[in-house]
Design a protein around this ligand. Structure first.
Ligand SMILES: C[S@@+](CC[C@H](N)C(=O)[O-])C[C@H]1O[C@@H](n2cnc3c(N)ncnc32)[C@H](O)[C@@H]1O
Length: 290
């Protein structure tokens, strides 16, 4: 267990240091290419400026941390925080030498951020895995100065994200279903409900909370055709969780079903399915109100 960390995050911490982290690393380049449009929108809405101090929450292999750091030079800096040792090791490896970016292995729920220092906290899909998100966001807000901004991307409902759900439904024809989880339990869809996002952020003391729906189309193949799309679909999201550790024969059968379903979305070398996310922005109260 990391120190400091919220004990209730132990399962997610184990997951991101275990199978989840391993799969993310294997597919890091592909995922960064797939999720590049999200980074672009996030940066646009977060609007980092030269000289700012920025927190990148659940920074993974650092793609967004590097992009943020490029915007805050010369006098700003970025702190990327993540619970996954292997993902942070990759981030440190990939960090361009002159960029003002630093990584810390810790739980964002409990990390002692320098008080009231940062101008901006950002995250690309790194904030949906907290057991007690109000507590986590309260801790993050303590690290922000009065009037600082928060901007993050999180997934909308599963039914609005066929790029994740089509492979999962096909996998379920061959392997056991994942344990049922509640809509507020930690996981990729835990912030799908906009009322919950508003409630959590308000409880954590944020103001001017806004959720912008963003609809995208992801080419699962990255232009590499159906085989690449099947490989990708089996390596990310809930389908990868369901297929993890399953016998090779069942994985092969699932791959065939996923292939047949994805073939219906193939045009040329592209295999495109829709994705839906919230781009959430909020502000930390200004000095007098804190
Ligand atoms: C879906 S990945 C996104 C990674 C990265 N932001 C990206 O876009 O490539 C979620 C990340 O959140 C991290 N994470 C999960 N719980 C966390 C916590 N309590 N504190 C900090 N990071 C956490 C995971 O280790 C993982 O790297």
């Amino acid at each position: 267990m990391l120190s400091p960390a919220d004990d209730r995050n132990a399962d997610e911490i184990a997951y991101w240091n275990g199978p989840g982290g391993r799969r993310w690393l294997e597919r890091q380049q592909w995922q960064d290419a797939l999720l590049a449009p999200v980074a672009e929108i996030l940066l646009d809405r977060a609007a980092p400026r030269a000289g700012e101090v920025v927190l990148d929450i659940g920074c993974g292999c650092g793609a967004t941390s590097f992009a943020l750091a490029q915007r805050v030079v010369p006098n700003g800096r970025v702190l990327g925080i993540d619970v996954s040792e292997p993902l942070l090791a990759r981030a440190r490896q990939l960090a361009p030498p002159a960029l003002p970016v630093e990584f810390v292995l810790s739980d964002a729920t409990a990390y002692p951020f320098e008080s009231a220092r940062a101008d901006l906290a950002c995250s690309r899909f790194g904030v949906m895995f907290f057991a007690d998100p109000a507590r986590s966001f309260t801790n993050i807000r303590r690290g922000l100065r009065g009037g600082a901004r928060l901007a993050f991307a999180c997934w909308r409902q599963p039914r609005e994200n066929p790029w994740l759900m089509v492979p999962l439904q096909q996998a379920y024809r061959h392997v056991p279903r994942l344990p049922e989880i509640g809509p507020e339990d930690p996981g990729p869809f835990s912030f799908a409900d906009p009322h919950r996002v508003r409630r959590v952020l308000a409880l954590a003391g944020f103001e001017t909370i806004d959720l912008e729906p963003i609809d995208l189309t992801f080419d699962l193949s990255n232009g590499q055709g159906l085989d690449a799309a099947v490989d990708a679909a089996m390596g990310i999201g809930p389908a990868s969780r369901a297929l993890d550790g399953q016998p090779p024969a069942l994985r092969a059968a699932a791959a065939e079903s996923i292939r047949a379903a994805l073939a219906q979305h193939q045009v040329g070398n592209a295999v495109s399915l829709s994705a839906a996310l919230w781009l959430v922005t909020a502000a930390s109260p200004s000095e007098g109100e804190r």
